[in-house]
Ligand binder design. Sequence first.
Ligand SMILES: [Ca+2]
Ligand SMILES: [Ca+2]
Ligand SMILES: [Ca+2]
Ligand SMILES: [Ca+2]
Length: 238
Amino acid sequence: MKSTTALATALLATGMVAQAHAATATFITSAPYKQFSDSPFASLAAGNPNFFLENFEDGALNTPGASASGGFAVFGGPSIDSVDGDDGAVDGSGSTGHSWYTGGALTSISFSFSAATLGYLPTHVGIVWTDVGLMPFPPQGVDSVAVRAFDANGASLGGILFDDLGDGQVNGGTAEDRFFGAVFDGGISRITITSLNGSGDWEVDHLQYGLAPVPVPGAAWMLAPALAGLVSLRRKRT
Ligand SMILES: [Ca+2]
Ligand SMILES: [Ca+2]
Ligand SMILES: [Ca+2]
Ligand SMILES: [Ca+2]
């Protein structure tokens, strides 16, 4: 497929990326995405109590601390395009699962994260683009998509875009489904996903976000035996 081999990814110019290296966000896009194990964040999420996956299979966006600027969950029908595995079978179709739909009207949707609810802003945020239907101009069913991220103050962290995304079909086919993600140590308050060709007829799924587990510093591992030795030394003295 053309969309899986295209190299049309690029940072969107924002001016913010000229800051110090530590203030730079990283953007990722990957395919195929048939189920959560295909996510670049899957290993990060495993056993992580601060990582959440919203697959919309309960018909709602209700994972902690996440909200959308628009759209709604849709379910079941030939034009519905969930992530493939959400219906229990990785079989090339997502038409019997749930997705998040623009309602035929929105060219852009923001997903925001509440530090008050979560206790932090997520360092990792991802979304899976699953389908586009009607376009303002031909060809139908193919779009250019941008995902942008914003920091705790609402300042742009930049973004990533992908051209010629879609299978030209208005059905639940899952071959073209694609992951978009942002990573920023300073915390992400919001992502937006946008149809750059002005379509209001597209779907996303698998909103995923969380905090990277804090690694145990190497110095602490080295210090632990030393402390144990100190304790045993004191015990011998007393
Ligand atoms: Ca839900
Ligand atoms: Ca399926
Ligand atoms: Ca789903
Ligand atoms: Ca699809």
